[in-house]
Design a protein. Structure first.
Length: 289
């Protein structure tokens, strides 16, 4: 079946095509995830909408103390951006962990998040940052916490006539330290488990902790029990191990060809303490720069 190709230059044109074709339309940004689905015959769209010509959807900029990241901003651009590296190092680390360089040069943060593929690197970092996303659609724009965007394996809260427009990264607490760790069979592979953390200290006491995990459930998630255990606790190896145990208990992986559920839970229990320890050794994220 022939597939129609559209290359609009304005967001309103994109939304008009989405209204016209509904679920028969697919957006193309970097196309890294989409091409896999097409080759495997998992989707057969009637129209492909190329977003590369819509300039308003790309770029990184400061906005009222927060930072805006357009949905078609490439993973490589995020990895290299000085503001992201200074203020949100966990996101820069997650970007650097994505596949080989050609994938990072073409793949976009919006594409990574919209597909909600198991083991994607960007979503846990966005969750740990308490990021929000602006969704554009026929009924207007709406804002949603990234935590509320993911609804299941390869599923999100996006409606057929909607698309991701931009992400908003709030300023981190003063002195926050961050880290992202993943384990994959090969460096270029998706994460079997990826862990993003943000932690603040008050002397030798943990003030706040955020732990976001990908690859260990149908959608990336925050390990809330582990976070609660760490808040107000002394920084000790036993406290970090217990956080790993609680995070592993919260995981709900399904068996697949890459790893058993027990193995993914073990990875969670192992990587969470390591990520927290790695964050403690990093320089604090900078404030508004």
């Amino acid at each position: 079946m022939a597939v129609e190709y559209r290359d609009p230059e304005r967001l309103m044109e994109v939304l008009g095509i989405l209204r016209e074709f509904g679920e028969d339309a697919r957006l193309v940004a970097g196309g890294q995830a989409l091409m896999v689905l097409l080759r495997q015959g998992l989707i057969s769209p009637g129209v492909l909408i190329d977003l590369s010509g819509v300039a308003s959807l790309a770029g990184i900029s400061a906005m009222n103390g927060d930072v805006r990241v357009g949905a078609t901003t490439t993973i490589a651009a995020i990895e290299r951006d000085p503001v992201i590296r200074a203020r949100y190092p966990v996101l820069a680390q997650a970007a650097a962990a994505v596949g080989p360089l050609p994938v990072r040069n073409m793949g976009t943060i919006g594409g990574s998040v919209a597909h909600n593929a198991l083991g994607a690197d960007s979503p846990p970092a966005l969750l740990a940052l308490d990021a929000s996303v602006t969704i554009a659609g026929g009924a207007g724009a709406r804002s949603l916490a990234v935590a509320d965007l993911f609804t299941g394996y390869f599923e999100t809260a996006l409606r057929p006539d909607e698309m991701l427009a931009e992400f908003t990264l709030p300023t981190l607490p003063a002195g926050a330290r961050t880290a992202y760790l993943k384990f994959a069979a090969r460096a270029a592979d998706m994460a079997l488990v990826g862990v993003a953390v943000v932690v603040t200290m008050e002397g030798d006491t943990i003030g706040d902790a955020r732990i976001a995990i990908g690859g260990a459930a149908p959608s990336p998630f925050r390990a809330r029990d582990a976070e609660a255990h760490l808040r107000g606790a002394k920084w000790t190896e036993s406290a970090l191990r217990e956080a790993g145990r609680l995070a592993g208990r919260a995981a709900s992986p399904a068996p697949d060809a890459h790893a058993s559920p027990d193995y993914r839970r073990w990875l969670v229990r192992t990587l969470v303490p390591r990520a927290l320890a790695s964050a403690s050794r990093c320089a604090p994220a900078e404030g508004d720069v």
